[in-house]
Write a protein that binds this ligand. Structure first.
Ligand code: ADP
Length: 183
């Protein structure tokens, strides 16, 4: 099961990803988490990514593409994977396709969690991450609409997009996702 989870910041990708990976026995690959770990460990990657993340901007494509390309080659991905927070731009999506093609695989479903900006702002008030201040959340949302949302049309054209209402109970949303990816 080769999956991409897609949606604005605060859509609930992380929460739903947890449920799906335990059910399907596949690893979650979260570029946000990998980058936060790099920042915490003050690696060269972290030093480059940290200020951009704090400002709500995307980190350069070539950095995240390299991370994901390496990660997908690891043994635990043979049964599948759930990408969370990647791809976020058209070049990232194209790079992903190329990497998967070399491995003889392709994305099966792009689960798109649909949530309005208003709901996102409400949800983010309750979170404590360094990049969750109202101004940074707005910047991240702007980046999402500008750079990431165009991916929906890209995946729609390929017949891979599975739009899911991201408002409801955690279990309701998980059930809707499972239905969409089991077809
Ligand atoms: P959220 O989905 O809540 O915005 P993430 O944890 O996915 O949070 O990402 C946090 C930050 O990490 C982003 O705002 C961005 O700076 C950086 N980041 C994560 N994934 C990518 C990516 N695929 N491309 C570029 N930047 C990324």
């Amino acid at each position: 099961m080769d999956l991409v989870f897609f949606g604005p910041p605060g859509a609930g990708k992380g929460t739903q990803a947890q449920k799906i990976i335990s059910e399907y026995g596949i690893p979650q690959i979260s570029t946000g988490e990998i980058l936060r770990a790099a920042v915490a460990n003050q690696t060269p990657l972290g030093q480059q990514a940290g200020p951009l993340m704090a400002a709500g901007k995307l980190v350069p494509d070539e950095l995240v593409i390299g991370i994901v390309a390496e990660r997908l080659k690891e043994q635990d991905c043979v049964k599948g994977f759930l990408l969370d927070g990647f791809p976020r731009t058209i070049p990232q999506a194209e790079a992903l396709e190329a990497v998967l093609k070399k491995l003889g695989r392709k994305i099966e479903h792009v689960v798109s969690l649909e949530v309005s900006d208003q709901v996102i702002h409400e949800r983010m008030k309750g979170r404590g991450r360094a990049d969750d201040s109202p101004q940074t959340v707005q910047k991240r949302l702007d980046e999402f609409r500008r750079l990431t949302e165009p991916l929906k049309a890209h995946y729609q054209k390929q017949g891979l997009l599975r739009p899911i209402n991201g408002v409801g109970s955690v279990d309701e949303i998980a059930t809707a996702i499972k239905r969409a990816i089991s077809g």
